[in-house]
Design a protein around this ligand. Structure first.
Ligand code: PEP
Length: 258
C-alpha cells in the first residue's frame, strides 16, 4: 500500500435498530481489543445511520478504542432551510472523522451527480471531515471494457473544485456496482486495474505526491475470505464493506486480514 495506512470501512447502510447498533459496536470493540488489533497499522471505521452516531461516539470514547466513525451522507449546504438534511458541522460536532459521499446507491436512487458529490466532498473537508468519494461502473460499462475510463473520469469530476491540498486528504472508494451486495467480487486484479488507473489519473492532474498519498479502497462483497488477496494489490489501500460489516465477527476478521 505504498506507506499508506490501510483503512477498513464498514457501511451499515439503512440497517439495524438503535439497540442492535449499540450491541454491534460493543461487540466489535470487544473483539478487536481481545485480538489486540493494531489500530495504527490498520485503521477501522464504521458508518452507522445518522441516528446512531451519537451513541457510537459515546461508546467509542468510553472504550478508549480507536475505532473511528463517520456518516453515510452529508448535505451540500452549511445550514438553513433544508428540511431533513444533516450538515457537515453537525457531523464534526459528533466527532465524525469521515463521511461517505457519492455511494452508488445515492447516485442511483437520489440522483447524486458528480457535481453534487464534489460539493459534498468540499464542504466535508471544510469541516475537517475526510470524504470517502465513491466511484464505480455498472455491468454494461464493465462488459464494454470501459470501466477504467469511466471510473477515472468519475473520480476526477467528483473532485472538481478541490485544491491540490484538499485532494491529498480524500479517500476514494472503487466500488463496481455489479459487485455491491451481489456476492460477486471483482478479482484482486480487477480491483487493482481500476485503483491503479485512478491513481494514475490523480498523478496526471495533481502530481505524484498528492496521488501517492491518497488512499483508494475497494468495495463490493468484501468478506473475510477474499479480503487478504485484495489487500495484496499495490494500489488497494483498504476496503469499503457493506453486508459483512453488520457482523462483528466478520468485520473484525476483515479488519485483521493481515
Ligand atoms: C457497499 O455498499 O459499500 C458495499 C460494498 O456493499 P457489500 O459489501 O454488501 O457489497
Amino acid at each position: 500500500t505504498g506507506g499508506r495506512t490501510p483503512l477498513i470501512a464498514g457501511n451499515w447502510k439503512m440497517n439495524l435498530n438503535h439497540q442492535e447498533a449499540v450491541v454491534l459496536v460493543q461487540k466489535l470493540a470487544w473483539t478487536l481489543s481481545d485480538k489486540r488489533h493494531d489500530f495504527a497499522a490498520v485503521e477501522v471505521a464504521i458508518f452507522p445511520p445518522f441516528t446512531d452516531i451519537r451513541s457510537v461516539q459515546t461508546l467509542v470514547d468510553g472504550d478508549k478504542m480507536r475505532i473511528t466513525y463517520g456518516a453515510q451522507n452529508v448535505s451540500t449546504e452549511e445550514s438553513g432551510a433544508y428540511t431533513g438534511e444533516v450538515s457537515a458541522s453537525m457531523l464534526a460536532k459528533l466527532g465524525c472523522s469521515y463521511v461517505i459521499v457519492g455511494h452508488s446507491e445515492r447516485r442511483e436512487h437520489y440522483g447524486e451527480t458528480d457535481q453534487i458529490v464534489a460539493q459534498k466532498a468540499k464542504i466535508a473537508l471544510k469541516h475537517d471531515i475526510t470524504p470517502i468519494v465513491c466511484v464505480g461502473e455498472g455491468l454494461e460499462i464493465r462488459q464494454a471494457g470501459n470501466h477504467v475510463d469511466h471510473c477515472t473520469g468519475q473520480a476526477e469530476a467528483s473532485l472538481a473544485g478541490l485544491t491540490d491540498a484538499e485532494v491529498g486528504k480524500v479517500v476514494i472508494a472503487y466500488e463496481p456496482v455489479w459487485a455491491i451486495g451481489t456476492g460477486e467480487t471483482a478479482t484482486a486484479q480487477d480491483a487493482q486495474e481500476v485503483c491503479a488507473g485512478i491513481r494514475e489519473r490523480l498523478e496526471k492532474v495533481y502530481g505524484a505526491e498528492v496521488a501517492g498519498g491518497v488512499r483508494i479502497l475497494y468495495g463490493g462483497s468484501v468478506k473475510p475470505n477474499n479480503v487478504a488477496a485484495l489487500m495484496q494489490e499495490a494500489d488497494v489501500d483498504g476496503a469499503l464493506v457493506g453486508g459483512a460489516s453488520l457482523s462483528a465477527d466478520d468485520f473484525a476478521a476483515i479488519s485483521r486480514y493481515y
